[in-house]
Design a protein around this ligand. Sequence first.
Ligand code: HEC
Length: 103
Amino acid sequence: MKKFLLALALLSLSGIALANPFPKGNAQTGQQLFAKYDCSSCHKGKMGGDGSAIFTRANRTVSSPDELLVQMERCSGAIGKSLSGQEKQDLAAYLNKTYYRFK
Ligand code: HEC
């Protein structure tokens, strides 16, 4: 019984880890950073509307959590900003929760 419970506990732990690729990120902070860095400014020009279609378009470029981090670096580099590790986690948590839903 003990072993069974332990296995169950481990399973549920790994389930939590799998369900969120950015466990150190805070999605709410990420949303604020997204506004602070005016992330949608270029996306609006490219996609129209509020720009969020860039994250949901059929041919979107990001297809994994790692690619999300890389693309955010490219974008912030384009405006001469360098995101801290924590900012990247927060932004990624926000974008993942809202659009990508990587597990
Ligand atoms: C200088 C203009 C510019 C700014 C500012 C900008 N982006 Fe982007 N972003 C782009 C362009 C252009 C693309 C599309 C690239 C492509 O089609 O390959 C893009 C694409 C993306 C994608 C990938 C969408 C997909 O196809 O899956 C993510 C994620 C992203 N941006 C995040 C951010 C974040 C976070 C910020 C704010 C820190 C930001 N961007 C600011 C220009 C910008």
